[in-house]
Ligand binder design. Structure first.
Ligand code: ATP
Ligand code: MG
Length: 300
């Protein structure tokens, strides 16, 4: 008989003390799992999570997210904004919060999200950068780690709405945030064919992950300007009209409305005072209000 096959009876006496030690030295709960627990607990304290996304860059996601957040807050709701665009965070600029830093809650390892306009709780990578021009050159896993920390380590107050601003596309951050929050998806597109093509992908992705697609917003739909001669408001075709509506019909998801391309939207974005607060009578602010009403009707 070889040594390996030899059967040996060994008696081991285990005392209560040994058992206690064994228990004490058992590997602590995996830190990733406890982070997920934290995230789930925070998510439970938020009534509605709205994920603002699009397959394409520059179509107005951050503009929609900030106008949505301040409009909801001005309706008396408690609101947070999570800027998940790690490499191109724009929310602090659009809410006039540049240079602010989240504070550590004394006696804990948690940070308090920055207190924005109308008491909106805001978290963004931009708050952690030395200067607004500091680039963040990170690959996917690092970005996802930061996003998870933003949620899990934040001392978030319970909220009616958390508005989440995503970078363009359907890769890491989008997938991660969709899975973590299981939020309701608002897709922003511009009317032209290439933007619509990309938003179709986002709709498919949301459906695959079994998320509620609130609908599509068509942004920059016709340029609204005042004629310098007669002062009449005129509409000029820039990116076209109706593309988002057509995409919504084709994809069988609700159409939430059109926001015109209006200079005041960009100006106010740059000034950090979203147009719905600055000029509620402007065409774009009225259009935002109609879209927001539909979003509320859909999710509440
Ligand atoms: N309806 C609009 N009318 C005029 N300007 C607009 C409108 N919507 C957005 N903009 C401007 O277009 C630019 C791009 O918008 P925004 O940053 O919101 O897009 P984004 O989709 O978030 O971009 P990114 O993909 O880089 O995150 C900004 O300067 C913004 O002020
Ligand atoms: Mg953006």
């Amino acid at each position: 008989m070889s040594n390996e096959n030899k059967k040996v009876d060994v008696e081991i006496e285990v005392t209560d003390e040994d058992l206690k030690k064994l228990h004490e030295n058992a590997p602590k709960k995996d830190s990733q799992a406890s982070q997920m627990d934290e995230i789930n607990q925070i998510m439970q304290k938020i009534k509605h999570k709205i994920i603002v996304c699009s397959g394409k860059g520059g179509v107005g996601k951050s503009t929609v997210a900030t106008n949505l957040a301040v409009a909801l807050a001005s309706q008396g709701l408690s609101v947070g904004v999570l800027d998940v665009d790690i490499t191109g965070p724009n929310i602090p600029k659009m809410l006039n919060l540049e240079g602010r830093r989240p504070e550590i809650v004394p006696g804990t390892k948690k940070f308090k999200p920055v207190n924005g306009p109308l008491n909106i709780q805001v978290m963004s990578m931009a708050f952690l950068l030395e200067t607004p021009d500091t680039p963040v050159i990170w690959r996917g896993p690092l970005k996802m780690g930061a996003i998870r920390q933003f949620i899990a380590d934040g001392a978030w107050e319970p909220m009616d709405y958390l508005v989440i601003d995503l970078p363009p596309g359907t890769s890491d951050e989008t997938l991660d945030i969709m899975q973590l929050t299981k939020g309701s998806v608002v897709i922003v597109t511009t009317p032209q064919e290439v933007a619509m093509m990309d938003s179709r992908k986002t709709v498919q992705m949301s459906k695959t992950l079994q998320l509620d697609v609130v609908g599509i917003v068509e942004n920059m739909s016709g340029l609204v300007v005042k004629c310098p001669h007669c002062n009449e408001t005129i509409e000029v075709d820039v990116f076209g009209f109706g593309g988002g509506e057509k995409a919504a019909r084709e994809l069988d998801v609700p159409f939430l409305g059109k926001i015109p391309l209006e200079p005041i939207v960009r100006e106010q974005g740059d000034l950090g005072l979203p147009v719905v607060l600055k000029d509620p009578e402007s065409e774009s602010a009225k259009a935002f209000e109609r879209v927001i009403k539909k979003i509320r009707e859909s999710v509440e």
